[in-house]
Design a protein around this ligand. Structure first.
Ligand code: GDP
Length: 434
């Protein structure tokens, strides 16, 4: 079988971890293709909760190959922490592979991220301050340090030295003594290199070999489409490309290797950090959804902003990623809310009807969502395991979403547990046959 990409179809935190976990069971290789430890997946397995920031969630299955692709930026201390955490819980990490071409987050990246946000003040983007943006910036500026550099002490020292000088200058307005010690930093990163060495590989080749042999490879995206550096609500975006097209670049495969693209969306919308959010519910109901949905970041612990499902944004995601399937998560969170509203279009501040996400940020900032009302459902649905067991109103809600997004819904989440899902229509048979 094929290359399957999983992407967030909203502003991240859609529950991609659970879909990846479910599809990973039938896959041979799981690859992360972008982002860094600003992402967080939570997987509940047999009542036990696992949180991952860097390691692909497929690692919970023995014998799977889990790849951190070249498009990911790696904080080695965090990575090693996750590795040790897995070992402590009896999980064998020997299937892990890290791309030799992936870039490393350095201590000055974290310092710059914090300083940059402080400087922006009220204009801050709401980054996770993990150094991810500055690390991608260095990658583009060709000043980055890559995983493979850890294996050559001389090169590593030289590259850190070249990077340090401009960083000292950039940090000086914020910190009197930025404490960037070349020797200490080189030693620290060489130690990380020793720990990472057994996992470093030519991961693009590894993906190619698997696909060429007809094995299933899952490409796991972090964040979501509306946070895409090119296509999201810039500048309130992440510093990489979470859309499906980026799977090819971030893993090192060709577009023809991708056979399916799954988009994951919540039955409502959330976003973390600043930026436009036309369906935001800044009221009691928004707080209720936040509470019931546990909408607090895995990585940052920050409260997420909540709102109604935005079909304009979802259609945009369906198009940009050319989604072949949708997974709708957290439908259970909406039970007891009546009526339910979904945004079907926006209205600009000048009264124009907007069926598509406007390309101009100022228009989007001022746009107001226009809603359709649908009847809500009273019953708890956490125990439903088939479409037929769902209340009629819940099914109607899903039909409405699927029709307006123009994509078939193939999986529905009805609770955080791994088994709390409903495979829709042909989806399960299709996957089992694969
Ligand atoms: P990601 O950032 O997109 O990977 O999101 P996660 O996979 O970390 O999921 C976010 C949270 O939603 C986790 O705490 C999951 O356990 C939870 N979750 C996922 N699917 C469902 C669902 O269908 N219902 C409920 N109530 N929680 C879910």
């Amino acid at each position: 079988m094929p290359g399957i990409v999983i992407v967030g179809a909203q502003w991240g935190d859609e529950g991609k971890g659970k879909l990846t976990d479910l599809l990973a069971e039938r896959a041979d290789v799981v690859v992360r293709f972008q982002g860094g430890n600003n992402a967080g997946h939570t997987i509940v397995r047999d009542g036990e909760e696992f949180k991952f920031h860097l390691i692909p969630s497929g690692i919970l299955y023995p014998g799977k190959t889990c790849v951190v692709g070249n498009g990911v930026v790696i904080d080695p201390a965090i990575f090693i922490g996750e590795l040790d955490g897995l070992r402590r819980r009896g999980i064998d990490p020997s299937g892990l592979r890290i791309s030799a071409n992936a870039h490393l987050i350095m201590p000055y990246h974290v310092m710059l991220d914090t300083a940059g946000e402080a400087k922006l003040g009220k204009l801050e983007i709401g980054t996770t301050k993990r150094g991810i943006g500055p690390c991608y910036a260095d990658k583009a500026a060709r000043l980055g340090i890559r995983v493979q550099d850890l294996l050559d002490a001389k090169i590593l020292r030289k590259k850190i030295m070249a990077a340090l000088e401009p960083k000292q200058q950039m940090l000086r307005p914020f910190l009197r003594d930025p404490k960037l010690d070349l020797h200490a930093m080189t030693e620290e990163y060489l130690r990380y290199g020793h720990r990472l060495e057994p996992f470093i590989a030519d991961t693009a080749r590894l993906c190619w070999d698997a696909l060429d042999a007809g094995r299933t490879v899952i490409f796991e995206g972090a964040q979501g489409t509306l946070l895409d550096l090119d296509h999201g609500t810039y500048p309130f975006v992440t510093s990489s490309n979470p859309i499906a097209g980026a799977a090819c670049v971030g893993a090192g495969v060709g577009p023809a290797d991708i056979d399916e693209v799954w988009g994951v969306a919540k039955a409502y919308t959330t976003r973390v950090g600043a930026g436009p959010f036309p369906t935001e519910l800044d009221d009691q109901l928004g707080a209720h959804i936040r509470e019931r949905g546990g909408e607090r970041g895995t990585t940052t612990g920050r409260d997420r902003r909540t709102g109604w499902l935005d079909l304009v944004a979802l259609r945009y995601a369906a198009r940009l990623n050319r989604l072949s399937a949708l997974a709708i998560t957290k439908l259970d969170v909406l039970s007891g809310i009546d009526p339910l509203r979904v945004a079907v279009r926006y209205r600009s501040s000048e009264g124009a009807r907007l069926d598509e996400l406007p390309y101009h940020q100022s228009v989007l900032h001022a746009a107001e969502a226009e809603y359709e009302e649908l009847p809500g459902f009273e019953d708890e649905i956490g125990a439903c395991r088939s479409e037929a067991e769902l209340p009629t109103e819940a099914r109607d809600y899903l039909d409405f979403v699927s029709e307006h997004a123009g994509v078939a819904i193939r999986l529905v989440g009805v609770g955080p547990g791994r088994e709390q899902v409903i495979w829709m229509g042909e989806a399960e048979r299709h996957l089992r046959a694969a």
